[in-house]
Design a protein around this ligand. Structure first.
Ligand code: NAP
Length: 265
């Protein structure tokens, strides 16, 4: 098998939409190659990276290895280091370079929706929330963080230059924000689960949910019913993939073909 070799390292990875998206990109550009699922338990991570070094042009990294992979790489860009997570590895002649494209991918998604409000309330304090808060703060936004476990919101906010919303202030902060971002996993795999109590929505703002399975989460359905502008998680998935593809290929990613592949599921 000749051509470009790409893949995704995680555990599990069987559900990943990345192969479809990147295979569509290669097809569209006439690049011969493959994008493989590389299921990797934690005990196999170091061995897997040597396999990548020896035979892959690049890989994506997903749950649960985005942080664990960092000390195994030769270089990690500043953004990924500050976030504490690498989701894209580029192999430059045997040197493994780590990047985070979730964060700028999220920002590109906001740009594509026109949601550049300069101020946002992020729900969640896990890996995805970290990437989003980092990116927004580094672009000068004012960012509030609310989380089920308040101590995690406090820690993330203090580390990244955001402010933590106390539990008794969340509903007021939600109603006042121009941009509400769900970066929790509430709603993932459950169309009836939401990160906030019924009716808690911005009075006059946009709502983004980065969950993409299902796309129309309960939060987004409620927001749309209230007349608010919404964006689901597929655009972030697309844009982080497009940025990874650009790092690997050195050229622009064929966004329309990649979006189509994701929409087909
Ligand atoms: P994570 O590190 O496990 O963090 C999960 C977060 O969700 C924590 O803040 C947790 O709160 C909160 N949470 C979980 N269940 C909740 C519930 N029922 N109600 C309220 N809060 C809840 O996960 P992650 O890696 O950040 O991922 C979060 C979500 O983002 C996942 O659904 C993932 O699929 C999605 N994601 C999407 C993209 C994309 O490209 N669209 C990219 C990355 C991630 P506690 O701290 O209290 O536990």
């Amino acid at each position: 098998m000749g051509g470009v070799r790409l893949g995704i390292i995680g555990d599990p990875v069987a559900h990943s939409l990345s192969p479809k998206m990147h295979q569509a990109a290669m097809r569209q550009l006439g690049i011969s190659g493959e994008y493989l699922l590389l299921p990797t338990p934690a005990t196999e991570l170091a061995r897997r990276l040597e396999e990548v070094r020896a035979g892959f042009n690049g890989v994506n990294v997903t749950v649960p290895h985005k942080r664990a992979v960092m000390p195994l790489l030769d270089e990690v860009e500043d953004r990924a280091r500050a976030i504490g997570a690498v989701n894209t590895i580029v192999n430059r002649g045997g040197v493994l370079l780590g990047y985070n494209t979730d964060a700028p991918g999220f920002y590109r998604a906001l740009e594509s929706a026109g949601f550049l409000t300069g101020e946002a309330l992020v729900l969640g304090a896990g890996g995805a929330a970290r990437a989003i808060v980092y990116e927004l703060v580094s672009r000068g936004w004012l960012v509030g963080v609310a989380n089920r476990t308040f101590a995690r919101a406090e820690q993330l906010a203090a580390e990244l230059g955001a402010w933590a919303v106390a539990p008794d202030k969340i509903s007021k902060a939600v109603s006042k924000t121009p941009l509400l971002i769900n970066a929790t996993s509430a709603g993932l795999g459950d169309p009836d689960q939401a990160p906030l109590p019924e009716g808690a929505l911005p009075a006059d703002g946009a709502v983004v949910d980065i969950v993409y399975g299902p796309r129309r989460t309960k939060l987004l359905r409620q927001a749309a019913a209230a007349g608010l502008a919404t964006m689901d998680g597929l655009e972030m998935l697309l844009q982080q993939g497009a940025l990874a593809f650009e790092l690997w290929s050195g050229g622009p990613a064929p966004l329309a073909a990649m979006r189509r592949a994701l929409e087909e599921g």
